[in-house]
Design a protein around this ligand. Structure first.
Ligand code: BEZ
Ligand code: FE
Length: 311
């Protein structure tokens, strides 16, 4: 066909590489036809930073192999009841960074939000306000929690769905512990007309994150302890508001200032009050017992649930 009658197509870009310096731009150019502008932006930045990282540290072939093998092991260690990918992002502070970038007016103001972690399960049992999360014998000090959810102007948010989950007084989630009933220390509440919800449970303990996979290898190589300070998890969902995922930490925990996953912000340190005397809040409660009052603030936005890390 003569040249004048050939259909007009963009001249192919050459991807034959002559020098190390050219690689980055050639890769970026190869991705530039992606239909989604956001995909183009994210992938171009990812490639430029990844290549800059390799140049900056002069990554060796052995280190490259090790990195790829870590990525493969993260995938292999992930299953229905364990999410090594989230854990790995957590120990690098990446989950907290993404959380703080996306909450509190995109990082400009204080936020009630915190990282999700790998242990949230969907379909927690629905409970009436004041109900107990303890579904199988779980020795430990009783804890009575009274919470309120407000909007940024301080108005109560009623009818919000709130998932609560936490570790036991010996530091295990129910899915890690054959001594706990299914869904022990998990429940779903609804805020009342004043934006309040309340429940009874047992005081959680801090715990080590799982260390039998690549995240554990990294912690050991960096001489880091694997512990999280004790906390309760909350996921608050209401149409018209950005889903609030958060944690409230026990104020006197010895590892409050060295959380292995960098989840503690000043705003999320709760005032867990210890009670040694006086009338207990229920006949079966013995001293000491604890109470926690806490107010969450939800930001306007889109209500959507995260992808469940485990089933
Ligand atoms: C958690 O709080 O459930 C958690 C968060 C990050 C890593 C491991 C556990
Ligand atoms: Fe936790």
């Amino acid at each position: 066909m003569d040249a004048a009658r050939r259909p007009a197509v963009a001249a192919p870009r050459s991807s034959i590489i002559e020098t190390e310096e050219e690689v980055t731009d050639i890769v970026v150019a190869a991705m530039s036809d992606a239909a989604s502008p956001r995909l183009r932006t994210v992938m171009e930045s990812l490639v430029r930073h990844l290549h800059a990282f390799a140049r900056e540290v002069k990554l060796t072939e052995e280190e490259y192999d090790l990195g790829i093998s870590m990525l493969n092991r993260i995938g292999q260690a992930t299953n229905d009841s364990h999410n090594e990918g989230i854990l790995f992002a957590d120990i690098l502070g990446f989950s907290t960074l993404v959380c703080l970038l996306n909450n509190g007016n995109t990082g400009a103001t204080e936020t009630s939000a915190a990282l999700l972690g790998p242990f949230w399960r969907m379909h927690s049992p629905e409970m009436a306000n004041g109900g107990s999360l303890v579904r199988s014998p779980t020795p430990g000090p009783a804890l009575f929690v009274n919470c309120k959810i407000e909007d940024a102007a301080g108005a109560p948010i009623s009818g919000a769905e709130v998932d609560v989950w936490h570790a036991s007084p010996v530091g295990f989630y129910e899915n890690q512990d054959e001594n706990q009933a299914d869904m022990n220390l998990r429940g779903k509440f609804h805020t009342d007309a004043e934006g309040r919800f309340s429940f009874r449970s047992v005081k959680p303990a801090g715990y080590p994150v799982p260390t039998d996979g690549p995240a554990g290898d990294v912690l050991r190589a960096q001489s880091r302890h694997p512990y999280r300070p004790a906390h309760l998890h909350f996921l608050c969902f209401k149409e018209g508001f950005k889903t609030l995922i958060t944690q409230v930490f026990v104020d006197n925990d010895e590892r409050l200032d060295s959380d292995v996953v960098f989840g503690v912000t000043q705003h999320l340190v709760g005032d867990y009050q210890r009670h040694d005397e006086g009338a207990p809040p229920a006949p079966d409660v013995t001293a000491p017992w604890y109470t926690l009052d806490y107010t969450f603030v939800m930001e306007p936005g889109v209500a959507k649930l995260p992808m469940p890390p485990i089933k």
